[in-house]
Ligand binder design. Sequence first.
Ligand SMILES: Cc1cc2nc3c(=O)[nH]c(=O)nc-3n(C[C@H](O)[C@H](O)[C@H](O)COP(=O)(O)O)c2cc1C
Length: 315
Amino acid sequence: MRRTISKATDTSIRLPFSSRNLSQTAGRMVSKSPFELKPKYADFQKVQASRPDFDPSLPITYSKTPDPAWKYGKGTSDPASLEKGHVEIDPSETGRPMISNYRLLVSGIPRPISFVSTVSKDGETQNLAPMSYFQIMDHDPPTFVIGFSSRPDRPKDTMKNLEETGECVINVVSDHFVEAMNATSLDIPYGKSEWGLSGLNVAPSKTVKPGRVKEAVFSIEGKLLEMKSLDYHGAGKAGKPFGSMAIIEATRFWVREDAINEAKDEVDLSVLRPLVQLGGIQYGRIRETFELPRPSLAKELEDKSSGLTNFLEDI
Ligand SMILES: Cc1cc2nc3c(=O)[nH]c(=O)nc-3n(C[C@H](O)[C@H](O)[C@H](O)COP(=O)(O)O)c2cc1C
């Protein structure tokens, strides 16, 4: 279904989705990826059924830090970590499949998830897809990066739209719409919208054409500063696909009214309930936290008991 969004007040618009049109074109346009991930479980529904229900009411709690008595020079609170050796892995080793690096990296690096809304150049199709190769790079100006992996037949629609229009909305993923988010990762043909199949609602943006996810607690309107190709080794010349990185500057923030403080400078974690992506299909919710104030050099040097002067005698 094709529809543009009017820049109006914050009222939600539900986008209908034409599954008939999609199934007509899907067979033609879906190409088999040579990077197909093998499912982790033969029957995920069976595994899921054996697990306890998700409890959205569980509170966010605070504990002490792992080692409240830590002193400068002490290192780890788990000395046993030093007894283990490490396995060396060359990412470019001959015969190592690219998918092994994918699996290694996504299991070893927890990532926040950006849920990116874009619109096609002709303004006809709204696109929605999750991207967890994502981070904030700076707050002044508020700058973000999103990494797009290559796809054999065509670039990610999000990347194409972003490159052609220069606009997007980054929605932070909260646990209450994770299934809807996951559905939008379906590799549907370009020109088809994921909004309808997700069942999520679109709310109008102020500074960009793509709409926000109304259900999101925190959304960021953004404009593209730069799309960088990650083709440093001539993949393009060899006719192979390659990744890209978008650098985006925020032009507007939207925070749910019950999640923002009066000063408009803090999002309430207990409302945000953000998810992190861990492995390819594994997610983490934030349940237990602790606080660790950042040290100030002047104060730590003043406080003789801190022990910092033992390491910085000449300051
Ligand atoms: C949680 C999650 C995170 C993802 N992160 C990325 C990512 O960072 N980069 C990427 O290229 N694809 C990522 N994907 C896969 C894309 O969402 C998927 O390829 C999707 O079809 C792209 O949609 P598009 O073509 O409409 O942009 C992710 C998928 C999921 C479920």
